[in-house]
Design a protein around this ligand. Sequence first.
Ligand code: 13P
Ligand code: SF4
Length: 349
Amino acid sequence: MLDMPKLRATLAETYDLAPNVDLAASMQSTYEKMDRVVSPADWAIYAPYVKAINDLKRERNAVILGHNYMTPEIFHGVSDFVGDSLQLAMKATDVDADIIVQGGVHFMAETSKILSPEKMVLMPDMAAGCSLAESITAEGVAEMRAKYPGAPVVSYVNTTAEVKAASDICCTSSNAVQIVDAMESDTVIMTPDQFLAQNVANLSKKKVVYWAGSCIVHELYTAEDLRAYRESDPQVKIIAHPECTPAVVAEADFTGSTSGIINWVHENKPAKAMLVTECSMASNIADELPEVEFAKPCNMCPFMKKISLEKILYVLHTLDNQVEVDEEVAAKARISVQRMIDLSRKLGL
Ligand code: 13P
Ligand code: SF4
């Protein structure tokens, strides 16, 4: 558990982090990327952190890999690369830096460490987990193998390194159907997301059997709510993430990974869009798409929201919270993740 008073006292020894209107004004080009969703008063609070982090990144030859669910001040203010899980994993294989700070949850930092073991990988908050990653262990994978002998195991990247090591290949929401279809066997085991697996089964030629995990953010949406929303506002375009239930996906105009969703909104520019996923998604693209009105509701991921500018600055300053993966586990997990990356590149994904 992070000791926040200690963290703040440590930062105060080196940095002046008081709200600063003049500094905020001097960083206008960065603020313009988020001024539709971040107030001038909040920007004056964030600006000293953004400047300190960007200065320290250069000093330490560090990069920040920011997931699409990061808040706008992290996404636009300090991230060097942003994207969905697949894009961030691919970036981790070839990024030119000594240190990676993961703007995302723990399984993403583990994936970066597995793919770039020579780099230092820092997690701003080790408690930023994921309900899917917590739902299965390597023993669970072994149980599934015993139940379906000979069937390959395709594990979502939202898993621990141990689960990846026990699997045959990984997938993300942007390549799951293609990865499952590329398996030789007629039956494919998917872990740990039951809803992603059911959505894949609806699009795949394979028989998909699955572990019963779920995402606490996406499972909250219901088809009834979406139908009611569409009835009250027929022009709204509903865009869902495949971690939602198949009933929700059936109500959507488009379903895709977080970057798939962003690309769809950019290409289609609907007058009104409801992103059936995590709240920061709409905030991060609001300024790029002034013609699109983003409709609520959205749900927050409590794990992603543990990442803040303050914690990023702290780990970059202290080099605390280094992510380590046991070498033997990492070597096996690397095979599963690398197979996914190689297949995705081959398929042009
Ligand atoms: P993406 O791979 O689509 O970015 O999804 C990651 C995630 O955790 C969604 O909840
Ligand atoms: Fe995990 Fe769901 Fe949060 Fe994504 S949104 S990190 S799947 S809990």
